[in-house]
Design a protein around this ligand. Structure first.
Ligand code: ZN
Length: 149
């Protein structure tokens, strides 16, 4: 990664930390809470899923380091309008990107690519993936409700 690109990514992370997108609760939405004790990041992810498993709305609230907040913000922007399965597939690619060794070519994941630099800081991987793990828990919470039929 060039120094210029790294600076640009850093800027975008700081911007999402300062002005997180979709930073709100959604009333009556399924939700889950996530906690990263290594860093102290706490987050609640809310989502609504429509017909065909499409994520119609997603948001988050919480407090934590710049990486955890920016990652949650970028996640909400990246998965709105996708299906739950597509979001899960994106999570797997994202997880691979941030845990790969430094020499591995960086997968183009749109805006999520700005977090690729996390791979150089293993302690930050949990900060970057917290929102995604919490999203998965929120999806599963809904599945329990659905299984009443
Ligand atoms: Zn953190």
């Amino acid at each position: 990664m060039s120094a210029e690109l790294q600076d640009l990514y850093q800027e975008m992370i700081l911007d999402h930390n300062r002005r997180p997108r979709n930073f709100r609760a959604i009333a009556d939405a399924r939700h889950a809470e996530g906690y990263n004790p290594l860093c102290g990041d706490r987050i609640t992810v809310y989502l609504t899923v429509g017909d065909g498993g499409t994520i119609t709305d997603v948001s988050f609230q919480g407090s934590g380091c710049a990486i955890s907040k920016a990652s949650a913000s970028l996640m909400t922007e990246s998965i709105k309008g996708k299906t739950v399965e597509e979001a899960q597939a994106l999570f797997e690619r994202f997880q691979r990107m941030i845990t790969a060794s430094g020499e591995t070519p960086i997968d183009d994941l749109g805006k999520l690519t700005v977090l690729a630099g996390v791979r150089q800081f293993p302690v930050r991987v949990k900060c970057a993936s917290l929102a995604w793990h919490t999203l998965r828990a929120a999806v599963d919470a809904r599945n329990e409700v659905v299984s009443t039929e």
